[in-house]
Design a protein around this ligand. Structure first.
Ligand SMILES: O=P(O)(O)OC[C@H]1O[C@H](O[C@H]2O[C@H](CO)[C@@H](O)[C@H](O)[C@H]2O)[C@H](O)[C@@H](O)[C@@H]1O
Length: 373
């Protein structure tokens, strides 16, 4: 039996559960187990920083299920590495060959946009705003806002975020965009602006029935974690985020144990791991990939060959959207990362400032080729 409260990667959660086996402190190995409820992927830290959330079966170690081993802490640390780009390695060069800079191959990307409607999907944290210590202060630069505003004049544009919709709207403050908050579980169309096609009055809340449960769990988590210095529980309405970034690493396992303890009573909720954050969300099959599909459908492009979706994001949760694009054979995923990561994105950008340049170039391109042929 799989345990619904195990920490699972978003993608793997759909097909089973992932478990990572720490062999020693410097490397992690895992292997496929045919017919196992555990879907175990192979990866090595020597090649990439851990590219998968460490997954632990409940009760599989330590008190309350979170093993007190290096592997778990490594996974959390690797989710938001501090290594900088000057540490160019052969691995990085090989990775960039595989996922070229979207700025470097801009013409190529726009070549694929010929006669097509470009639709832009943007993650928020780490994509439009830099990662900062305090989640309440993840502001967007005014120039970035201007770039997004200009992009939205020419292309339907959506923000797809783990934050609750109201919160991400307050950061972005552009009413002409589509917003998909709570990892896509709360979607709303623009309240101003025009797009050629589709229904702007969209509203999609597939996890509505979970609202009372999420509010209850939020209260319990606040209570249970209040004496851990730096711990922060963020209410994202249809999901919750427990932040580790400002917690001393020696207390990470304790914090994770407490989260799992609370979740023991909620088998309909699951845990996923983001950048120094554990996220609690309903077990429904809905993610940023589904949100992307829903929005394309709302815009009238469900089965269209005349659309080129471009999705830009930095986090594991964005991989669901990258996968959808790969599967459709349509459009491109662009991963924002300074370091090599396993990804289904086609291209890469290093940081939010490069995202801004990419958006500015899109606008310039559109102004030069208004009819796009
Ligand atoms: O989907 P996103 O828009 O990328 O949202 C994912 C989570 O982002 C936020 O947390 C992350 O950014 C914070 C501010 O830079 C940082 O302090 C934190 O460590 C990161 O995990 C947000 O606070 C979460 O609620 C989102 O789920």
């Amino acid at each position: 039996m799989t345990n619904p409260n195990a920490v699972v990667s978003d993608t793997q959660s759909a097909i089973g559960m992932a478990i990572t086996v720490a062999v020693n402190s410097s490397s992690l190995y895992s292997q496929s187990v045919p017919n196992s409820p555990y879907n175990i992927a192979l990866f090595s830290r020597n090649k990439f920083p851990m590219s998968i959330e460490t997954a632990v079966a409940s009760g599989g170690g330590g008190h309350g299920g979170v093993p007190k081993n290096v592997a778990w802490v490594e996974a959390m640390r690797a989710s938001s590495p501090t290594r900088n780009s000057s540490e160019d390695s052969e691995d990085k060069k090989a990775w960039i060959m595989k996922h070229p800079s979207a700025l470097g191959v801009f013409e190529e990307i726009m070549g694929a946009a010929k006669m097509k409607q470009v639709v832009i999907f943007l993650d928020y944290d780490g994509t439009l705003s830099p990662i900062v210590e305090n989640p309440d202060q993840a502001y967007m630069a005014p120039e970035m806002r201007e770039a997004v505003k200009n992009v939205a004049k020419y292309f339907p544009t959506a923000i797809v975020s783990g934050r609750c919709r109201a919160k991400v709207y307050n950061f972005v403050r552009l009413s002409e965009l589509y917003y998909a908050g709570s990892h896509g579980m709360d979607i709303k169309g623009p309240s101003s602006g025009k797009h050629q096609k589709g229904n702007q009055n969209v509203l999609c809340q597939p996890a509505k029935e979970f609202l009372p449960m999420m509010a209850e769990v939020y209260k319990s988590l606040l209570e249970k974690t209040k004496d851990i210095v730096g711990a922060n529980v963020e209410n994202n309405k249809f999901c919750l985020s427990v932040h580790f970034r400002r917690v001393d690493e020696k207390n990470w396992s304790d914090l994770a144990d407490r989260v799992k303890f609370v979740l023991k009573n909620y088998p309909k909720l699951r845990l996923t791991q983001g950048r120094k954050v554990l996220e609690i969300r309903p077990t429904i099959k809905w993610d940023k990939g589904k949100a992307l599909e829903f929005l394309l459908e709302s815009l009238g492009y469900a089965n269209s060959k005349d659309v080129l979706p471009i999705y830009i994001g930095d986090d594991r949760t964005d991989e669901d959207a990258f996968k959808v694009l790969r599967k459709r054979g349509q459009g491109f995923g662009i991963l924002v990362s300074k370091i090599p990561k396993e990804t289904d994105a086609t291209y890469s950008l290093q940081e939010p400032s490069e995202v801004m340049h990419f958006l500015q170039r899109l606008v310039t391109w559109k102004r030069m080729v208004p009819r796009n042929h």
